[in-house]
Design a protein around this ligand. Structure first.
Ligand SMILES: Cc1cc2nc3c(=O)[nH]c(=O)nc-3n(C[C@H](O)[C@H](O)[C@H](O)COP(=O)(O)OP(=O)(O)OC[C@H]3O[C@@H](n4cnc5c(N)ncnc54)[C@H](O)[C@@H]3O)c2cc1C
Length: 425
């Protein structure tokens, strides 16, 4: 199992239980998809709904990558605010992308509703919280940029934010009513169930080992089988396993870990996030917190577990929990897990098109629930119809990211130092 997915709360509280066999023998399809996270599964579902024959292979189990271990905040946009996106992509492309992503949570919650995905959907908005008075500057800037494109966001002062979060450690917040929270692993598995019901061929425990363009088809080899298809999507994100024949795009790996408490009492739940918003903050070394359906508080922060500095991160998280919610100072943490966020330098996702018949999508930079669902759908449509105009971002034919590993190390060292020397929120 990929990097201890079974340590995650999401693994234990997942109400969706779909499984699929390993691929044995040859499958011929219209569209081959590699990777069973939100991107690949959304592509499979939408392609199958459009009547295409689809074959998706997942090296591990559905959602075993970033999709099954994230915070579960289904946001209406990317990490960057709209003008910063325009600064990188130009106003025309940037505005179109922001427009599509504004509708991202609608797409996610509509799919959940349509396919009755049992993934604890709560659409009560998110709170981007100021970790210090200085954090309000960032929130005001985001508020101005977002309202300028019609986003219904609301800036909350300190008193309002404290009341919504149930902690005096926040100094204001930006409320986005379009967003919400989900159980992310269950959402991924629910997409897989829906895709299977539409006739898609899905396989688990089936890594692609090599890819080759032979004539007018892609031949994808797996340990005990092969797929032959005229078009291919590679959606392996930050969990890419080596495939001969594809120079997989480099991303900066940024580690993020989370812990979940035991279910809180009704009295605690009446004070802590009574409105069930999902939260993250403006700190340089960011953290997040939210409740799940059972009333567990899930708190997370940047940092890698599984190396010598992990006790620094975990100790810091326990102290942060106690500072934010003193009534939870002695509560036990029942699950602790981590995941790898795939960042690009620009903090923007990319679609690499090494050949007109193939797309490789990566780099949601910590915002992949709605964007992954959206990009998967649009890539499938583009490859099946042959037109790339509808893609959320124009495809690129090359991508380089020198020193990706070193850049990831820089984030991890920064997070460790911050957690070691500073009791900042
Ligand atoms: C800790 C954490 C917190 C996050 N929080 C949020 C959040 O709150 N909100 C949000 O919107 N986003 C969040 N994200 C980002 C989001 O989870 C990702 O952007 C999203 O899951 C990416 O989906 P994906 O389908 O592209 O990739 P993944 O979910 O990573 O799926 C890729 C899959 O490809 C498979 N694979 C790899 N190589 C091969 C191969 N050779 N053959 C076959 N299969 C292969 C992997 O096993 C994996 O299952 C977070 C990410 C992390 C890690």
């Amino acid at each position: 199992m990929t990097e201890d997915l079974d340590k995650s709360l999401w693994y234990h509280s997942c109400a969706e239980s779909v499984t699929a066999p390993s691929l044995m023998g040859e499958v011929v399809a219209d569209l081959a998809i590699i990777g069973g996270g939100f991107t690949g599964l959304s592509a499979a579902l939408h392609a199958a709904e459009a009547g295409a024959t689809v074959c998706l292979i997942e090296a591990d189990t559905f959602g075993a990558g970033g999709s099954g271990r994230n915070v579960g905040l289904a946001n209406a946009g990317l990490w960057l605010p709209p003008e910063d996106i325009n600064g990188h992509l130009g106003a025309r492309v940037g505005s179109r992308l922001s427009g599509l992503l504004a509708n991202g949570p609608n797409m996610v919650f509509d799919l959940i509703d349509k396919h009755q995905i049992a993934c604890e959907p709560v659409r009560n908005g998110t709170l981007h919280c100021a970790h210090a008075p200085s954090g309000m500057k960032d929130l005001k800037r985001r508020h101005a940029q977002m309202t300028a494109i019609g986003a219904p966001v609301e800036l909350l002062d300190r008193d309002a934010a404290v009341a919504r979060v149930g902690s005096d450690q926040v100094h204001g917040a930006l409320f986005d009513p379009r967003a919400g929270t989900i159980q992310p692993l269950a959402y991924a598995k629910g997409l897989a169930r829906a895709a299977l019901a539409q006739g898609a061929n899905l396989f688990e425990n089936t890594p692609a080992t090599s890819l080759e363009r032979a004539g007018d088809r892609w031949i994808i080899e797996t340990p005990q089988g092969r797929i032959s298809a005229p078009a291919m999507i590679v959606a392996t994100g930050g969990y890419t396993r080596k495939m001969a024949g594809l120079d997989t795009p480099k991303v900066v790996p940024v580690h993020y870990f989370q812990s979940a408490t035991a279910p809180l009492s009704q009295e605690q739940r009446s004070k802590i996030l009574p409105g069930l918003e999902g939260c993250w903050d403006t700190a340089l070394v960011m953290s997040s917190w939210r409740l799940d359906q059972a009333g567990r508080l899930i708190i997370g922060a940047m940092g890698e577990l599984g190396h010598i500095g992990s006790f620094v991160h975990q100790g810091w998280l326990q102290r942060k929990l106690a500072r934010m919610f003193p009534e939870l100072a002695d509560v036990s943490l029942e699950h602790t897990w981590h995941g790898r966020i795939a960042m690009t330098v620009e903090h923007l996702p990319k679609i690499l098109q090494p050949d007109p018949s193939a797309m490789v999508c990566f780099g949601y930079s910590g915002r992949g629930i709605a964007p992954g669902t959206l990009f998967g759908k649009h890539m499938a449509e583009a490859l099946l119809t042959g037109g790339t105009d509808g893609l959320p971002v124009p495809p690129v034919t090359s991508h380089s990211l020198p020193f990706a590993g070193l850049r990831g190390g820089y984030y991890e060292t920064g997070a460790t130092l911050m957690h070691l020397v500073k009791d900042q929120l």
